[in-house]
Design a protein around this ligand. Structure first.
Ligand SMILES: CC(=O)N[C@H]1[C@@H](OP(=O)(O)OP(=O)(O)OC[C@H]2O[C@@H](n3ccc(=O)[nH]c3=O)[C@H](O)[C@@H]2O)O[C@H](CO)[C@@H](O)[C@@H]1O
Ligand SMILES: C=C(OP(=O)(O)O)C(=O)O
Length: 429
């Protein structure tokens, strides 16, 4: 099993190209199930989760082709991929496939809308909480679906087709917003989703659906209106740059010091996190090519954060921010409000010498002046990368095990960091 080996202490200087967003690419790929035409997506990141979803979509009959290579793609970065679901050959998403990745559950929306039935296994994904699917089911029932849970599978059917309706999310959910937007696009009549997620990935999906002939308005606000249409057609659409990858490298630079251009990054996708980084003493500026992050000379100031749905501080950057705070000059409090079990990195950061205590959903971090390298491992994607951030500043060698978590969401992590001066390599076997 691969590991990442790094020796801390070097500042980061140079340019890091930001990849297409995993969390935008996945729902866009799933949207290809809504039409028998080809959906071509630009800037699709080359990640384990994308490969896994290609397999899952293949099981439903979706063909894919990699095309239109750009200069960067020759190096194996984000690609243009076309998806064609000419015929849906299966409306069942089996446990063996869905258990590996939570987002694969989202096929339930397009399958139900297009084929009027779906049998989808309950999902897997990052071990960060119980992650129920009640909002998906309640929302789909509001659109007229009949839902039955049997042997770990959701059986959903709507023999007469889905019907537009009003659904108020009792809690903000990114995934359920994606699914209901896709399902409502082919429903009869108008659907109004209230208290919808406002994440940039939701807007990216709505824009793609509209390019495919859907009539979605209000994405990016709490109320999304979808006027159902008879059918959707093919389109070409680009995956937005990854705000979580952007924030992760910004925090790495804030940790090590240095000056890095995050090429292609967009500030409006993560303003809350950038404001917090500014308060820690880093300097962030927008340039035409992307975002520049610098920290030279001065130390890291402690800042308290609370995770929130967009536009608040994202839960997917919480672990990385904790990594940064382990070396702040004083105490910070990090409160997680989205997932009830997203502090698995605490015990691993402690192995590097971090001083963190937990009080319910709040981690109290007392910054230390020095971390020391150690072998570590994490149980989820963002937790793993928080260990990389801490390791980049730790004295001596850190080995991060279970790299497959990182490969789910970070394209060429070790290459991007080593080009900026980090001593980091992948060790196979
Ligand atoms: C592939 C992808 O895009 N994953 C992201 C997506 O996950 P995901 O879409 O799974 O996250 P949600 O926004 O749905 O989850 C938010 C909260 O709602 C709860 N909930 C959700 C659905 C439901 O039916 N019932 C329910 O109670 C969840 O347990 C969680 O506590 O948004 C999360 C929140 O920004 C991110 O951390 C994930 O990286
Ligand atoms: C939690 C994440 O992914 P998933 O929802 O696929 O588990 C993530 O991207 O941080």
């Amino acid at each position: 099993m691969d590991r990442i080996r790094l020796i801390g202490g070097n500042p980061l200087n140079g340019t890091i190209p930001i990849s297409g967003a995993k969390n935008a690419a996945l729902p866009l790929m799933i949207a290809s199930l809504l039409t028998d035409d080809t959906l071509t997506l630009d800037n699709v990141p080359h990640l384990a989760d994308v490969e896994q979803l290609i397999r899952i979509l293949g099981n439903h009959g979706v063909d894919y082709a990699v095309s239109g290579r750009r200069e960067k793609q020759a190096e194996g970065y984000s690609r243009t991929v076309s998806f064609t679901a000419r015929n849906v050959v299966s409306t069942t998403a089996p446990y063996e496939l869905v258990s590996k990745m939570r987002a694969s559950f989202w096929v339930i929306g397009p399958l139900l809308a297009r084929c009027r039935e779906a049998r989808v296994s309950l999902p897997g994904g990052c071990a960060i909480g119980t992650r129920p699917v009640d909002l998906f089911l309640e929302g789909l029932q509001t659109l007229g679906a009949t839902i039955d849970v049997d042997g770990g599978y959701i059986n959903a059917s709507a023999p007469e087709g889905l019907m537009g309706n009003r659904y108020v999310f009792p809690k903000v959910s990114v995934g359920a917003t994606h699914v209901l937007m896709m399902a409502a696009s082919l429903a009869k009549g108008t659907t109004v989703l209230e208290n919808a997620a406002r994440e940039p990935e939701v807007v990216n999906l709505a824009d793609c659906l509209n390019a495919m002939g859907a009539r979605v308005s209000g994405a990016g606000t709490t109320t999304i209106t979808i006027e159902g249409v008879e059918s959707l057609h093919g389109a070409r659409h680009a995956v937005i740059p990854d705000r979580i990858e952007t924030g992760t490298y910004a925090m790495a630079v804030a940790m090590t010091g240095g000056d890095v251009l995050l090429e292609g990054a967009r500030a409006e996708y993560l303003q809350a996190a950038l404001d917090v980084l500014g308060s820690t003493g880093a300097t962030i500026s927008s340039e035409s090519a992307g975002l520049r992050i610098k920290r030279n000379g001065n130390g890291i100031l402690p800042v308290d954060i609370t995770t929130e749905p967009f536009p608040g501080f994202p839960t997917d950057l919480q672990a990385q921010f904790m990594g940064l705070m382990t070396m702040a000059a004083g105490r910070s409090r990090i409160t997680e409000t989205i997932f009830e079990n997203r502090f698995m990195h605490v015990q691993e950061l402690a192995r590097l010498g971090a001083q963190i205590s937990l009080s319910g959903q709040t981690a109290i971090v007392d910054g230390v002046s020095k971390l020391r390298g150690a072998p570590v491992m994490a149980t989820d994607l963002r937790a793993s990368v928080s260990l990389v951030i801490a390791g980049l500043a730790a004295e001596g060698e850190t080995v991060v095990n279970r790299v497959y978590h990182l490969d789910r969401g970070f394209e060429r992590l070790e290459e991007k960091l080593s080009r900026c001066g980090a001593q980091i390599e992948r060790v196979s076997g």
